[in-house]
Write a protein that binds this ligand. Sequence first.
Ligand code: ASC
Length: 150
Amino acid sequence: MKKKLGLFAVAGLIALASTPSMAQFAKAEDAIKYREAAMTLMGSHFGRMGPVAKKEAPYDKEQIKANVAVLNTLAALPWVAYGAGTEGGEAKADIWRDPEGFKQAQDKFKTGLGKLTVAADAGDFDAFRVAFGEVGKSCKSCHDSYRKKK
Ligand code: ASC
């Protein structure tokens, strides 16, 4: 019985941790900080590959793979922090007005990141450059639609 209750507790915690709701954040402000922190790190790890894509820095397969691995981890994080009641920060209200459009923008990014990951694993510089461009476009178009202009 005790063991069973323990399992339920674990299942409950997992469900809570993966539920896209505000429950994971005590205040809207916490969700805003969380998603903006994740985006800042994504920008850093994406941006540092820019000089390589522009052929201003040499292509180092392991370095690119490491960056892309970090990006993959980060890319899973921010979306859960756009739950109901967390409007604010740099996010435009359109995120909550047009959830399908916002979801499509996320999917575009994830598709591009998938291609970037395949290219990075293969050490294929040309494919890396193409996928890097595609991911960059997905960042920009989502920001154009859903992030407040600074
Ligand atoms: C970055 C970053 C973005 C994107 C975007 C690409 O490095 O911080 O938001 O790339 O500028 O166009």
